[in-house]
Design a protein around this ligand. Structure first.
Ligand code: FMN
Length: 358
């Protein structure tokens, strides 16, 4: 396997552990992945859930927790640590600034078009940036905007296809349409960003994400479809080091193919999750009463929502699945056991090398 480079930032093994909110990928998982040569990503979204003052001062709690988690990850590894920052977060700018101050190695902007990023701070810090997109068109738009308005380009692009877990960047009707499969959109993004490739001597690596499960899949995306690396999330949930409660991990191990479903998230996007009683109740029109502790996502119309997505995801992370549900990728049902990150990374590399030598 060839290493992955974001500018001069080297990731020994070209596997990124995708950021998973809320509280699923924090310092424990991210540092374990980084220690195996991959890129470990902490999700900043509502990370303050681990703080006592989250319900009274979520904005402050998010900052405090992010600082703690970045520092902890850096103590646990000398490897590469990234931060996943969702553009629609109300405290997106503050959390981006915290990530810069705490010297994360790379920031990944997702769940929307990152058109208002604190670019001066990013430029001054020299910290690398990645964008997460689901089409060639949005990749092109973001690059054009950054180039024109900021005079810089992101250091990498993650292309997330419709088999990913969590919120998806597709319309409901396109999720199972083969024209939007990851195998189609990776080459599309590579083509769309060609006008920017090599500008200022910079190569922008393209990373494939969503439904990648085996070393053979990694081989396909890197050697047949032109990606420079892969991002995987679902498989990292079923590891000892993943920051979620054991019951969250067990939901993965116990789920069947038919349990993996697409939900209409209160934030207006489709999302992939494991169907459970909570989601069945929601489907049946049952509302879960809640009080919005703060408008954590810019576009959330909480008054019309049948439940609070943050509360549901926090409950699930803590193992209280009666009050929430687990986001998961399309392949979660294939997971049968919890393993160590080292075992998982070793097996992926071995499978890859086996296919490469055939
Ligand atoms: C439990 C879970 C939570 C996720 N949360 C986020 C998130 O907060 N931000 C984000 O950009 N992507 C999120 N994702 C997407 C992953 O980072 C990743 O790109 C995707 O799931 C890769 O596909 P795979 O899970 O099939 O490997 C999440 C995925 C899962 C499974």
């Amino acid at each position: 396997m060839q290493s992955l480079y974001f500018g001069d930032l080297k990731v020994e093994v070209p596997i990124i552990q995708g950021g998973m909110g809320i509280g699923i990928s924090m310092s424990s998982l991210a540092s374990a992945v980084a220690n195996e040569g991959g890129l470990g990503v902490i999700s900043a979204a509502e990370i303050g859930m681990i703080e006592d003052n989250f319900s009274t001062n979520p904005r402050e709690a998010n900052k405090t927790a992010l600082i703690k988690e970045i520092r902890r990850a850096k103590k646990l590894t000398k490897g590469v640590i990234g931060i996943n920052l969702m553009v629609p977060l109300t405290d997106f700018t503050e959390l981006t600034n915290v990530s810069i101050q705490e010297k994360a190695d790379i920031l990944f902007f997702g769940a929307g078009l990152p058109l208002t990023v604190p670019i001066d701070e990013i430029k001054k810090s020299g910290i690398k940036t990645g964008i997460i997109v689901s089409s060639g068109r949005s990749a092109f738009l973001i690059l054009k905007y950054w180039d024109r308005h900021y005079g810089i380009l992101p250091d990498g692009i993650v292309v997330e296809g419709p088999k990913a877990g969590g919120h998806l960047g597709f319309k409901y009707e396109d999720i199972n349409n083969p024209n939007f499969a990851l195998e189609k959109i990776v080459p599309e993004v590579i083509e769309a960003i060609k006008p920017f490739q090599g500008k200022n001597g910079k190569k922008i690596p393209v990373v494939a994400a969503g439904g990648i499960y085996t070393g053979k899949d990694i081989y396909k995306f890197i050697n047949k479809l032109g990606a420079d690396g892969v991002q995987m999330a679902t498989r990292f949930v079923a590891t000892y080091e993943c920051d979620a409660d054991i019951k969250f991990k067990e939901a993965y191990i116990n789920c069947k193919k038919e349990d993996i479903t697409i939900i209409k998230s209160p934030v207006g996007l489709p999302g992939r999750a494991i169907r459970n009683k909570f989601l069945i109740d929601v489907e049946n029109g049952k509302k879960q009463p809640f009080k919005c502790i703060w408008q954590c996502l810019k576009g959330c119309n909480y008054k019309e929502s049948p439940y609070c997505i943050t509360q549901a995801l926090v409950n699930a992370q803590k193992g209280r699945l009666a009050g929430g549900f687990a986001f998961a990728g399309a392949n979660a049902y294939r997971i049968k056991e919890i393993v160590s990150v080292k075992n998982l990374m070793d097996s992926l590399v071995q499978e890859y090398e086996k296919v490469a030598s055939e």
